[in-house]
Write a new protein. Structure first.
Length: 334
């Protein structure tokens, strides 16, 4: 069965003439940076002479983000706005934007002005000039982050590539430009727990790592705290490998042999050497050790079972409260 939103997006692509480029912009409380982004993006792509569209996804913003986006749609015919009923997360926003993209090439970019629309245009030109590549992933040359955050991010990429079933491009962000068939491949996987970096690697296709340096935020603060990033990293690892389950099994095997060796040493001390082995501290220590080990293993198993449980519900990735799409004389199903 074809997912309804994907089916609807396919119909929309079939009934509208194709564009050169579609740019998907997820937004969450970005009212301060949106005017500057909209002005810059339209200037850059108008000057390039492309037929293009801007697809803004309001991810349940609490400020005036949707009001601004609606005003943008009133001034131009190439603006699509989707407003979620609540905050569903950036992954759902990217999915919703890709569903509605009609361009032969498609880009993903943030609205905070750290990722420059001019860079997105340069990435588009790179793809059109190098037919051997299907996807361009922007990779940060210089991170404006503290040492601890840089260390944890580097550690994540190394760990993921060591234990995962696929390899991630180090320091690659969601800032990407791709050919339409790459987006269609990603859309064919409507899984609930999404990790876009992993999905783009899993579908394959030849990818070019495009170096860029992000600008400082135009306004506001980042929506990603350290703990949100940590959770996102764990989601990525769990989504693309069963190594944590194997690790739990290895812990059990090691614990089994360690306990056997310890039991033999106790018997040797008592039976051969005639030495009484103190029991209470030993028992308490072993109970605490193996109790903690068992809880850790159960927690790992619980993560996978919980994800399987939620995936089995087949809930939609998002619910759109309002959709503003370009008025087209052939459009009959909005």
């Amino acid at each position: 069965m074809v997912h309804f939103e994907l089916y609807r997006a396919i119909r929309f692509r079939q009934e509208r003439p194709p564009l050169d480029f579609s740019l998907v912009i997820p937004c969450f409380n970005e009212e301060e940076s949106l005017p500057a982004f909209f002005k810059t993006a339209t200037q850059v792509f108008d000057a390039a002479g492309l037929s293009y569209e801007l697809i803004f996804i309001d991810d349940g913003s609490k400020d005036n983000t949707f009001t601004l986006l609606a005003s943008f749609a009133e001034t131009r015919r190439n603006i699509t706005v989707v407003s979620f009923s609540r905050n569903f997360g950036k992954e759902a926003a990217l999915y919703a934007g890709m569903e509605r993209a009609t361009g032969d090439y498609l880009g993903l970019i943030d609205a905070d002005m750290q990722q420059d629309p001019q860079t997105a245009l340069n990435m588009y030109h790179f793809l059109t000039e190098h037919e051997e590549y299907d996807l361009v992933a922007a990779c940060q040359e210089h991170r404006h982050e503290n040492f601890a955050l840089k260390f944890f991010k580097k550690t994540f990429y190394r760990l993921f590539n060591r234990v995962g079933d696929i390899d991630l491009i180090a320091d690659a962000s969601d800032f990407r430009v791709m050919k339409a068939h790459v987006a269609h491949a990603v859309l064919s996987m409507p899984e609930y727990f999404r990790f876009s970096k992993g999905l783009f690697s899993w579908v394959g296709f030849k990818t070019y790592a495009y170096p860029y340096t992000p600008h400082p935020r135009f306004a506001g603060t980042t929506k990603w705290s350290f703990f949100k990033l940590l959770r996102y990293a764990l989601d990525g690892i769990i989504s693309f490998t069963t190594s944590p389950l194997r690790l739990a099994a290895y812990f059990g095997i090691v614990a089994f042999f360690a306990s056997g060796i310890y039991l033999l040493s106790v018997l040797y001390e008592y039976c051969i050497r005639g030495i009484d082995v103190p029991g209470f501290p030993t028992i308490v220590g072993l109970v605490a050790l193996f109790g903690g080990l068992q809880l850790s293993v159960l927690g790992i198993i619980g993560e996978y079972l919980g994800r399987a449980y939620l995936e089995g519900k087949h809930r939609p990735l998002y619910i759109a409260r309002t959709v503003i799409e370009p008025k087209d004389e052939n459009e009959r199903f909005i």
